[in-house]
Design a protein around this ligand. Structure first.
Ligand code: TA6
Length: 301
């Protein structure tokens, strides 16, 4: 075990709840196991990779082709998108979805909650590297609470002298029996930007179903979503706080083939329902201000 892992376990391990170990690609992970569920959090990128409540199938999906290299995005789980969503608004050379998911976060706290859940807190502050990409001081705190439900929160604090505006997402990949058979409820009647149709603004009629590449930013919605999966006879609920956008994405056939870290035949097994603030819904944080983006994910039957 590396010195880093030994030090982390000395300071933060929780018997019967959480230990640090070498995960995929040798990346340091927090291995969480309690009476309610099991989960894995990759420390680089503060990336929840897996979540499985006791007696349930895995709730999150990850590609068998994902890279696991420090500084590289992981394909699956819950990538942290911050401080911009999608391509950088003015400089395409900057990393898509910002730099939070490829940064080295520090463990700041672990605890067992009163309900027997396991809580892990990670932090990230601005650096020369981040300021070269985005010229604002900030303090991020990522909190994941693993119980019967998975609670994920990204707190973003403005520790500078001027306001900043940021986009963000908890970019959750969910495991489903067959993307072509599921329906996503909660977005009915909402407006969305259709990224596979030139970003045109449209209105959602009925539940969201998937039969081709689907990439939609639903705007001005605070609704919880439910993924109804008849194939596995389960429904996954994604509730949220501090988010006014919900993004639904499945790459389908052609885009899957264009992604090296996404298997050609993997697209039926996943759908992204992302808890976001994107496009019209980006957030401005005043000096000394804070914004919290939170998702609560659970199997509801
Ligand atoms: O959230 C949907 C999306 O913006 C898609 O357009 C697709 O690019 C996806 O994110 C994955 O992005 P990534 O940078 O992780 O490959």
């Amino acid at each position: 075990m590396t010195d880093q892992l030994q030090s982390l376990n000395r300071r933060f391990a929780l018997a019967g709840h959480l230990q640090f170990k070498a995960g995929p690609g040798g990346l340091a992970v927090a291995d969480i196991n309690n009476e309610h569920a099991a989960a894995t959090v990759v420390l680089p990128g503060a990336h929840v990779l897996s979540f499985q409540p006791r007696g349930q199938r895995p709730v999150l999906w990850a590609s068998a082709h994902s890279r696991f290299e420090s500084g590289q995005p992981i394909r699956g789980g819950i990538p942290l998108v911050w401080p911009w969503f999608g391509a950088h608004p003015t400089d395409p050379a900057k990393p898509a979805h910002g730099f939070a998911r490829t940064s080295l976060w520090a463990v700041s706290e672990t605890a067992v909650t009163s309900g027997g859940a396991t809580r892990l807190r990670l932090s990230l502050a601005d650096s020369d590297e981040t300021r070269s990409l985005w010229p604002h001081p900030f303090q991020l705190e990522f909190t994941v609470t693993v119980g019967v439900d998975l609670q994920v929160e990204l707190a973003m604090r403005n520790v500078g002298q001027s306001a900043f505006t940021c986009g963000a997402a908890l970019h959750s990949y969910f495991a489903v029996s067959d993307a072509g058979r599921i329906s996503i409820h909660g977005l009915e009647g909402g407006d969305y930007l259709d990224k596979v149709d030139g970003g045109r603004r449209k209105t959602q009629a009925g539940p969201v179903t998937i039969a081709a590449e689907t990439d939609r930013i639903y705007l001005d919605t605070t609704a919880a979503c439910v993924i109804d999966d008849p194939g596995w006879g389960r429904r996954i609920r994604v509730a949220k706080l501090g988010s006014r956008s919900t993004v639904v994405w499945n790459p389908w056939v052609d885009k899957s083939r264009r992604m090296a870290d996404f298997g050609d035949e993997e697209y039926p097994g996943m759908v992204c329902v992302e808890t976001a603030n994107a496009a019209d819904d980006v957030v401005t944080v005043a000096p000394a201000g804070e914004h919290r983006l939170q998702a609560v994910i659970g199997v509801v039957g």
